[in-house]
Design a protein around this ligand. Structure first.
Ligand code: ADP
Ligand code: MG
Length: 380
């Protein structure tokens, strides 16, 4: 299916979007995560029935956007991927035999890969749209889109993972992971990236309880830490580069609280002026230099390698809002304590995803979004 064939399929998408979306908490998902064939068939059937509803609802959201937005090739690519997944899953036969199930799992694996670049494409597309039409603000759409994306990726990843259980994991959830290891693995490549853009970079220092443990989805923790570290590294080097004194380090402190694991990332990057502290959480808001290579769509220029590295470090204005969305998804949060003229402390609070804890009992937000929209609580 493609955008061009939409008029024909639109009624079907509408019908599916209006079907009942069944909620599944993370705790229920974890309980059903077993590798035996009956559990896999049950999970496969559930997804076969439920995923098209979630994809149809997002397709409807896309189609209600300003035409200028959907015409952007990057955003159009994401819509095409949603249409393709909707089509592929609804065209798949009923899951009856183990063979049907393994075929379906292969399909889900393939569709997951197709959606891999989705965040990057939306960020790229939104940047282009805003450069041409600065009054187009899509914060509500993007919040709904990314919340649903987090939810459906958890469902799809978990299903793919459950057939080959890995020690220390329940599906996508890693038990007893050590955030300190994750930070150390992220640090070196990010320092290299910062150096390649600015010619210099701060070092990282570690404090607190290095043995802090957390049950969580590693991809989520990695994403949030990477975004916060990039911001701290960039702010520090921009403020101290070329000065005779040494660049002060970025300090990462871990603490094991009763309810949360607390990760504090402190920099001496000059902080964020008070009047822009709120704006910094908006999608697309950035103080990174614009790239001249960004041409109106249709003539997309790939840019030099140096520009690509700079854009990998900062420039889309998606790091803070998406970090907050991920943290809040399971009842955690992220706070900014900025001391203008000095530096910034970012506090990331993450709740353990352990069965029996309240963070695993929250609703599957891809199921609840639509009813809230219908009830008029979310702007459409
Ligand atoms: N630690 C920090 N110190 C100073 N400014 C920051 C810090 N973190 C974020 N900011 C400000 O918030 C803006 C938005 O950050 P983000 O959403 O990560 O987007 P990006 O990094 O692509 O600009 C940054 O451009 C910067 O101006
Ligand atoms: Mg950033």
């Amino acid at each position: 299916m493609s955008v061009a064939s939409l008029p024909r399929s639109f009624q079907r998408i509408r019908d599916v979007a209006r079907q009942e979306c069944k909620n599944l908490t993370l705790a229920e998902l974890m309980r059903g995560t077993r590798p035996d064939v009956d559990s896999r068939i049950k999970a496969g059937r559930w997804l076969h029935q439920q995923l098209p509803i979630r994809f149809a609802r997002r397709i409807e959201d896309f189609l209600q956007l300003n035409h200028l937005v959907v015409c952007n090739p990057h955003i159009g690519n994401v819509l095409d991927a949603y249409l393709e997944t909707f089509d592929a899953i609804t065209a798949h036969r009923e899951i009856v035999t183990p063979y049907d199930e393994s075929q379906f799992c292969e399909l889900i694996r393939k569709q997951n890969t197709l959606h891999g670049p989705g965040t990057q494409l939306i960020a790229e597309g939104y940047k282009e749209v805003q450069q041409m039409y600065s009054d187009i603000q899509l914060d509500d759409f993007l919040n709904t889109f990314f919340t649903s994306r987090i939810a459906t990726r958890i469902l799809m990843d978990n299903y793919v993972e459950m057939r080959e259980p890995k020690p220390g994991f329940v599906g996508v959830v890693r038990q007893g992971m050590r955030p300190s290891e994750l930070v150390r693995n992220l640090a070196d490549p990010l320092v290299v990236l910062t150096t390649s853009v600015y010619g210099d970079a701060p070092s990282l220092e570690y404090r607190g309880n290095g043995d802090t443990r957390l049950d969580y989805i590693p991809r989520h923790v990695g994403y949030m830490l990477r975004e916060l570290l990039k911001n701290a590294l960039r702010a520090t080097v921009e403020r101290h580069k070329g000065k005779s004194s040494q660049i002060p380090p970025v300090v990462v402190e871990l603490q094991q609280g009763d309810v949360h694991v607390i990760i504090k990332i402190s920099d001496c990057g000059g902080g964020v002026p008070k009047h822009i502290q709120e704006k910094a959480w908006k999608y697309g808001w950035t103080t990174a230099a614009g790239d001249e290579d960004l041409t109106p769509w249709g003539e997309w220029s790939s840019g030099s390698a140096a520009q690509k590295r700079a854009k990998d470090l900062a420039g889309y204005g998606f790091g803070l809002p998406l970090t907050r969305l991920h943290a809040q998804y399971f009842g955690g949060d992220v706070f900014m304590q900025a001391l203008p003229g000095h530096g910034t402390d970012m506090y990331l609070l993450l709740t353990h995803l352990k069965e029996g804890t309240s963070s695993t009992e929250i609703d599957d937000l891809s199921a609840t979004l639509y009813s809230r929209e219908q009830a008029g609580q979310l702007p459409r």
